[in-house]
Design a protein around this ligand. Structure first.
Ligand code: SF4
Length: 394
């Protein structure tokens, strides 16, 4: 990997076979006819970004969605080939279990994909049905086998805590099934189910998750994963050493990244901007030679300092001690070690309350910069939102 700070490229693929009950992401089930023109538009946006904008070569590339694996593999590869990359760049593709067939995975490997992120969510049939997922538990196991069999050394699996009808025993079974695979995923994400307005889940209060139950299952997950050699990386992410997601780390380090495609967000040195939300408007804008920008914001220095601390607090790096003054409310929520304040397991469950106590004045400012510098050494995924929320590709 060549020198220079990490730089990420995120490509949004807004197509799904069916909409899961809990999903409020920018994805569509009735726009497959746009796939070819959408890919052509992404290529135009990439050319603009690497031309006039001076986008540097990427240290990590992440295809998220939606369901990136819903695109024919050759179309996805066309985009990947157009992304300027550094040697050794990490390239992740999110994949639904029903798409993880050996031919597709082989095409990804041949094109330089280094990591698969498999959206499994649960291995228990009635929990999958309660989440509105279309794949079965056998498919998830088959997909995991196919990913390992295709030769991916680093890959990840997403699980969801708190689907309707899930019991503690169901949750433990999902973890056991995943960890009992012949080649278990070296990286695992476990997100607490959140109720998003406007979704079928929101309209069904009897299926809403209970906070205390989810908290108990989170603690259970942390115990089981720690016992099995996984290290806590960020509130919802665990990895075996050497299998951390570099692209995620880049987000957590407040790094720069360029989002390509509809609804994609970008960040460069404190400026954030995002593209129009629907693939129709995105394609139409590109074809007409218009900008795809939908909105932007510029963070003040103070906002950036706070955000750096808030992001770092969510990770195992924690924050400098002086960024979190002693307060009775923080009792049991943070551990102090090596000059850092790091969330305890209980603190991870109450991360928003701890974040509200962060101070950015005084020496903590230096600490915030040090966090960025320390973290820059590890390559880094898409931000996964505030404590316990799910990523846009779950
Ligand atoms: S949760 Fe994932 S697979 Fe389900 S509709 Fe949303 S983006 Fe598509």
């Amino acid at each position: 990997m060549s020198a220079g700070p990490p730089y990420g490229v995120y490509v949004h693929i807004p197509f799904c076979r069916a909409r899961c009950d809990y999903c409020a992401f920018a994805t569509y089930t009735d726009r497959d006819h746009l796939m070819e023109s959408y890919v052509a538009a992404c290529l135009v946006e990439l050319a603009r970004a690497s031309g006039a904008e001076g986008m540097p070569p990427a240290s990590s590339v992440f295809f998220g969605g939606g369901t990136p694996s819903r695109l024919p593999a050759d179309l996805l590869v066309e985009i990947l080939e157009a992304v300027p990359k550094r040697p050794g760049a990490e390239v992740t593709v999110e994949c639904n279990p029903e798409d993880a067939d050996p031919a597709r995975l082989a095409a990804y490997r041949a094109a330089g994909v280094t990591r698969i992120s498999l959206g499994v969510q649960s291995t228990v049939p009635h929990v999958l049905a309660g989440l509105g997922r279309r794949h079965g538990s056998d498919q998830a196991v088959e997909a995991a086998r196919a990913v390992a069999g295709a030769g991916f050394e680093s890959w990840s699996m997403d699980l969801i805590i708190g689907g309707a009808g899930e019991t503690d025993a169901d949750w433990e079974r999902s973890l056991d099934d995943v960890l009992g695979l012949e080649s278990p995923p070296p990286h695992l994400s476990a997100y607490s189910l959140t109720v998003e307005p406007g979704t079928p889940l929101a309209a069904a209060p009897d299926r809403h998750p209970d906070d205390d139950t989810q908290a108990g299952r989170y603690e259970q997950a942390d115990r089981i994963l720690s016992r099995n050699g996984y290290r806590w990386e960020e509130i919802s992410n665990w990895a075996r050493p050497g299998h951390e997601c570099r692209h995620n780390g880049l987000y957590w380090d407040q790094g720069d990244y360029r989002g390509i495609g509809s609804a994609a967000h970008s960040h460069r040195r404190g400026r954030r901007w995002w593209n129009v939300r629907t693939p129709d408007r995105y394609v139409a804008a590109v074809e007409a030679g218009r900008p795809v920008l939908s909105g932007e914001e510029v963070l003040s220095d103070e906002q950036r300092r706070f955000e750096a601390l808030a992001l770092s607090l969510r990770t195992r790096l924690g924050v400098p001690l002086d960024a979190l003054p002693d307060h009775p409310e923080l009792e049991g929520l943070v551990d102090h070690s090596g000059g850092r304040a790091v969330l305890t397991v209980r603190g991870r469950l109450l991360a928003n309350a701890v974040t509200a106590r962060l101070r950015t004045d005084g020496p903590a400012r230096v600490g915030a910069q040090a966090v960025g510098a320390a973290a820059a050494g590890r390559a880094g995924a898409r931000a996964t939102g505030p404590a316990g929320t799910m990523p846009p590709d779950a």
